[in-house]
Design a protein around this ligand. Structure first.
Ligand SMILES: Nc1nc2c(ncn2[C@@H]2O[C@H](COP(=O)(O)OP(=O)(O)OP(=O)(O)O)[C@@H](O)[C@H]2O)c(=O)[nH]1
Length: 866
């Protein structure tokens, strides 16, 4: 902008703003005020030059000089205010041009300018030419790339098809080999899964970018020079940002995936074009214990919606998220034509239990005894008597407390008694796979002899392979007949020693203490025979005997250490719960520094309440404990959900449900403070069920109500019942959000009564009919516009308008309906009592005869109760 010709250039006086140029012909001058920041303004002289047009031949000698300067520029460009005003007035140039206009430039200057102008025009032309060439080159380049892209996609498709074919043939060969030698080399359990993964893996890019490494060199080699430039560009665009890492890493997965996706799209499109049905691929579906419909569909390579449709055809409305048990899933998979292989996800638990011990590490351990027998034969009395007489020496004086098991000492040897008499607990434990008992004491009252539960107890002990010692109790009673007991036991294949058998029998009295020592000796003798041993020098394993949520101490569990030594600070997993042992407390309330094999001990520090019968084991660290319990909790949740779904989910049950349609269910989730009370509630609720309505318990357990309970209740539409427990804040909030009802109780009967009431509501109300009266038709009148009216006499009770009526002829009901009119003389009346005559007409019915009887009745809908 320094080439301005503003008056400033010619001004030597800085304060003088006017230009000192002469008024030139063809140039108009004006002044414009220009605004700047900070309110500054400046007057600017504007010159407008009238344009001269000259014909090509018009070659005036003076013309070329000014024209090169001004001609290329449009007139408006002559307004050049800004640079003019900003510059400080410069001292007037010292050359001869001072005060002269431009068209009076020297010849040499003119020449220089002309040259410059010509140079710039030439450059412009050159650039234009270059741009055209460049555009052409770019178009060619684009076309070449496009062709290359197409070619590469085609080769890629060919390549993958070939690799696929190779993999198929390899698999077939492997299968053939396996079939030929089925036992020679059993495939590892995950072989099929690995193979499937292998096939599912995106094809490595090696086949394309590094062909030498693979046998596909022949196909790939020619592509090498062209491809990297092209795919790289594509890749970069896709990734957006090219980092050093991404540039250097050999990650071809994304490229392979996107190319496969392209291929799939192409195939899909082709299929759609030719209307070809998809080729059905039979798969081996790996089934865990529970699986969601979505996951199952994925493993079968089917659409989830097809599986849902399949269920719909079976009359079941399912969602893709619903969980199926393995049996149902297997049925579905085989319906879709796939084979299944079931696997256990329990690998995570491997090595948790049953660590092999070396024989030399084994040391004798005390026997664990359970007392069984018929009701009122004295089990509790016997347990109490033994305990009171034989508390572990040195610990007498402690306040005994019920922790579910206790230890006594006899002749310096310890015996552990499980303090929950009866075979129910024994069976519950066995049902969970735990066997805590070494010896069963069968209590039979000498005055009552063998009774039904005595026989049941015998069966349980025998089924568990636990030796029996018979305690013939209440021998202090004068009507006691111990021999009768012995002979009756013979009938149930319990051959006592005194009858020539091998089963030890002892006559005892829990009341007087008679024979208790003998009983304990018999136990020790039996234990000796059993040669009970365990390795105390290892991490502890055992079984949960009882668990509860203690108000002050949180979750508390009584465990029986079966092997190893349990120490405070140990991290253990028990059922679905884990925790770090904070304290070990025995049945006398004493804190122990260790719990050796066969010791029952109460532990504090677990996160939740496990269930009686759950096995426990000490693990190395919290992470493992968490991992195992999370897996187990997930499993339990899935199982509960599958059980719930199973009600509608399994085909077998679908059928049975269809047959028993009309059965209403009252779904409940029960949480209680101790396992015992929960079991009692469940049993009581089970008894409420009828053919029409029953309580379905989706989950029952000890412990507070948690968020997972709420979500289970939500999925199964259950009401949550808390017995002596409360919901935590999260659970409460979740329940509020989900609209789940939580009811709290502290009395079982109140709970059962409420459930009964609620279930009664589910029973459809009963239609109850009450007879009101009878009338005999004496005459039938046909009245115009009204129709037939029966003239009757009330023979019994009364007749009410609005009540139900039946027309009875020869004791057969001809019609049932309502009355249209009930009249005495000419008046409509609400009712007519016995002995009086009246006129009656039926609604929409006229076939009445003399001698028919009209029965009048009232119908009520009565709510039924269980
Ligand atoms: N005379 C006498 N009575 C006994 C003896 N043992 C128990 N009893 C009584 O028998 C009744 C039942 O005894 P429990 O110990 O409650 O019997 P149980 O087998 O534990 O009963 P459930 O817990 O209901 O199965 C009680 O009234 C005891 O006092 C005994 O050796 N002699």
């Amino acid at each position: 902008m320094s080439d301005t010709k503003s008056g400033d250039d010619k001004t030597s006086d800085g304060g003088q703003k006017k230009t000192l140029t002469l008024k030139r012909p063809g140039i108009e001058q004006g002044t414009v005020r220009q605004n700047f920041s900070h309110g500054r303004t400046k007057a600017v002289v504007v010159e407008t030059k009238k344009r001269k047009f000259s014909m090509p031949g018009d070659n005036k000698p003076e013309a070329p000089a000014p024209q090169p300067v001004f001609a290329p520029k449009p007139p408006v460009q002559q307004v050049r205010p800004a640079p003019v005003v900003r510059e400080a007035p410069r001292p007037a140039p010292q050359n001869e041009r001072s005060g002269m206009v431009l068209n009076e430039l020297s010849k040499s200057e003119m020449e220089a300018r002309r040259r410059a102008l010509e140079g710039s025009q030439a450059r412009d032309a050159e650039e234009r030419q270059r741009a055209i060439v460049e555009a052409k080159r770019r178009a060619e380049e684009d076309e070449r790339r496009r062709l290359e892209r197409e070619e590469s996609a085609r080769r890629q498709a060919e390549e993958e098809a070939r690799i696929q074919a190779e993999a198929d043939s390899r698999r077939r060969a492997e299968e053939d080999a396996r079939r030929r030698a089925p036992t020679a080399a059993p495939a590892p359990i995950n072989r099929a899964m690995e193979q499937e993964e292998e096939e599912a893996k995106p094809r490595p890019k090696g086949g394309r970018v590094a062909p030498a490494a693979t046998p596909v060199r022949r196909v790939a080699a020619p592509e090498v020079p062209a491809r990297p430039a092209k795919t790289k560009g594509e890749e970069d665009r896709r990734r957006g940002k090219l980092t050093l890492n991404s540039a250097l890493s050999d990650d071809g997965a994304e490229r392979a995936r996107s190319l496969s996706a392209m291929r799939r799209r192409q195939e899909k499109f082709k299929r759609a074009m030719h209307n070809e049905p998809r080729e059905k691929v039979m798969r081996e579906v790996i089934l865990p214990e529970t699986i969601s419909i979505q996951e199952l569909a994925q493993r079968m390579s089917e659409r989830a919606v097809d599986v849902v449709k399949y269920f719909m055809k079976q009359g079941q409305i399912m969602k893709p998220g619903d969980v199926l048990d393995a049996d149902t899933a297997e049925l579905v998979a085989s319906e879709f034509g796939h084979t299944v292989r079931r696997v256990a996800e329990s690998d995570i638990e491997e090595g948790l239990f049953d660590i092999a011990d070396r024989p030399e590490d084994m040391e004798p351990r005390p026997p664990v005894v359970t007392i069984m027998g018929h009701v009122d034969h004295g089990k509790t009395s016997l347990l109490d008597a033994i305990r009171n007489a034989n508390v572990v020496s040195g610990e007498a004086g402690g306040i005994t407390q019920h922790i579910g098991a206790y230890q006594v000492e006899k002749n310096g040897q310890k015996i552990t008694f499980i303090d929950t008499p009866g075979h129910a607990a024994f069976t519950a434990m066995r049902a969970r796979g735990a066997q805590a008992t070494d010896i069963a004491i069968l209590v039979v009252a000498a005055d009552d002899s063998v009774m039904p539960q005595t026989i049941e107890s015998i069966s349980h002990a025998k089924a568990a392979g636990v030796p029996i010692i018979v305690a013939i109790n209440k021998v202090d009673k004068h009507e006691a007949d111990a021999n009768k007991v012995r002979t009756e036991l013979l009938r149930h294949e319990v051959f006592v020693e005194s009858m020539g058998g091998e089963v030890l029998d002892v006559e005892v009295s829990a009341k007087t203490g008679q024979g208790l020592d003998k009983l304990l000796e018999a136990i020790l003798l039996q234990a000796e025979v059993l040669d009970l041993k365990a390795n105390p020098e290892r991490t502890a394993e055992g079984v949960v005997i009882e668990a509860k949520l203690d108000k002050g101490r949180g979750p508390v569990a009584t465990v029986l250490v079966q092997t190893g030594t349990l120490l405070p600070g140990d991290i253990l997993v028990a059922g679905n719960e884990w925790g770090r042992v904070r304290a070990l407390v025995n049945d006398l309330g004493k804190h122990l520094s260790e719990a050796l094999p066969s010791t029952p001990v109460e532990i504090l520090g677990i996160q939740g309440t496990p269930q009686a019968g759950d096995k426990f084991a000490v693990v190395n660290d919290e992470a493992r404990a968490r991992e195992i319990t999370e897996y187990r909790q997930r499993l339990a949740r899935d199982k509960a959900a599958a059980r719930h779904v199973g009600q509608r989910g399994s085909l077998e049950q679908m059928m049975s449900k269809l047959q028993t349609s009309g059965l209403k269910e009252f779904t409940l989730l029960i949480k209680g403070d101790v396992q015992g009370s929960v079991e009692a509630i469940v049993a009581a609720l089970d008894n409420l069920g009828t053919d029409e309505v029953r309580a379905r318990i989706v989950h029952a357990g000890a412990g507070g109500i948690t968020e997972s309970d709420v979500s289970l209740a939500e999925t199964s539409g259950a009401v949550i019942i808390g017995f002596n427990v409360r919901a935590n804040v999260q659970a409460r909030q979740a329940a509020e959000q989900a609209g789940i009802e939580i009811r709290y109780y502290n009395i079982i009967y109140a709970l059962v009564d409420d459930v009964k009431d609620a279930m009664s509501g589910l029973l459809s109300p009963e239609r109850r009919e009450t007879f009101i009266g009878n009338a005999e038709i004496l005459e039938v009148f046909d009245i115009t516009k009204v129709g037939k009216v029966a003239g009757c006499r009330i023979t019994e009770g009364k007749v009410e308008r609005g009540a139900g009526v039946r027309l009875i002829r020869d004791n057969v009901v001809i019609h049932e309906g309502t009355l249209k009119t009930l009249k005495r003389f000419k008046d409509e009346v609400p009712e007519v009592p016995v002995g009086q005559e009246c006129g009656m007409a039926f609604q929409n019915y006229e076939d009445m005869h003399v001698g028919d009887v009209i029965e009048c009745f009232r119908v009520e809908m009565v709510t039924r109760r269980l």
